[in-house]
Design a protein around this ligand. Structure first.
Ligand SMILES: [Zn+2]
Length: 307
């Protein structure tokens, strides 16, 4: 069983309405791929590209919600919409849970009602920024590096009240620390270890330790340039190095996977699409006990869903 907390298939389906979610070639995550790999829960991020004008962003987000339900959930009898632990526990054998998440609050502007609406539509996890600044905070690429705004604090409080994950991936370091202070359910859905690959999108040991201390979660991603700085192709062994590193910091119960499939153009060798998750599963079972491997693949994220 696999629980993958981040992919961008919705963005691709929104950009090209002719793509087939069943097995469309340019998609990394497809229905047949998920079924073959043994995905139990896949998160689908609403990510509105920054090229979309501000006034059109919320509509774009709603269009992605529509695509999520029409093309992913309703189109396949064995795919079920899930938001809570109870929803996932109720999945029958052979059923796949599809979870809706938000990547970056750019789509809501500075309007809390828009966020409340997305939460009511079933968004389970909210990424506060993408790489740029927005009304909530600064993203990882913004040199100013500001923390949470007053509006951003309202957003985190709403996530606490409604028991949703506050996702720190893509935040500036300052905003990261603000969220660690204020969020009840912090996760980094797709971030790796800065110590092993220095990149502003990766988390330093202090940040990883803070997430672990807060009993948050870290999703290791399959983004080649977040995995290695070497001029060679990233491999599954690199994914395991980042996983080992989080475990060495005491995070054995606080780590899982957020592939970033469909959000990437380059891929890890041997882990090109969701179908190849079985290769990672094989390696995990070689290097860890069955109990540990199953927690990394599914149990840790499941256990950390707010109740
Ligand atoms: Zn991302």
């Amino acid at each position: 069983m696999i629980f993958d907390v981040h992919c961008d298939a919705l963005m691709k389906l929104w950009q090209d309405r002719s793509l087939s979610f069943h097995d469309g070639a340019p998609l990394h995550v497809t229905f047949s791929g998920m079924a073959e790999a043994g995905i139990k829960v896949q998160c689908f991020a609403i990510y509105v590209p920054e090229t979309v004008p501000e006034e059109a962003r919320f509509t774009a987000a709603l269009e992605m919600v529509d695509i999520f339900f029409a093309r992913i959930v309703e189109a396949f009898p064995s795919v079920k919409f899930v938001r809570t632990k109870q929803d996932i526990a109720a999945l029958k054998e052979g059923e796949i849970g599809a979870m809706l998440t938000l990547e970056g609050c750019d789509a809501i502007g500075a309007n809390l009602v828009k966020l409340k609406t997305l939460l009511r539509l079933g968004v389970a996890s909210v990424g506060l920024t993408w790489n740029f600044p927005n009304a909530v905070a600064d993203g990882a690429w913004e040199k100013r590096g500001a923390g949470l705004t007053a509006f951003g604090r309202q957003v985190v409080e709403l996530l606490n009240e409604t028991k949703r994950w506050a996702d720190v991936s893509h935040l500036s370091e300052r905003a990261f620390w603000d969220v660690i202070e204020t969020a009840c359910f912090p996760i980094a859905s797709h971030s790796n270890a800065h110590r092993l690959c220095p990149h502003p999108r990766n988390l330093t040991d202090e940040q990883l330790k803070a997430l672990i201390e807060k009993d948050g979660m870290i999703g290791i991603n399959f983004v080649p340039y977040f995995l290695t700085k070497d001029k060679r192709r990233a491999t599954i062994a690199d994914v395991l190095r980042h996983l080992d590193h989080v475990c060495a910091l005491g995070g054995e119960n606080n780590v899982g996977f957020g592939s970033d499939f469909d959000g990437i153009t380059e891929t890890v060798s041997g882990l090109e699409t969701v179908k190849q998750y079985d290769q990672l599963v094989n390696e995990l079972y070689k290097h860890y006990s069955a109990e540990q491997a199953s927690r990394f693949l599914f149990g840790n994220f499941y256990a950390h869903l707010p109740e």
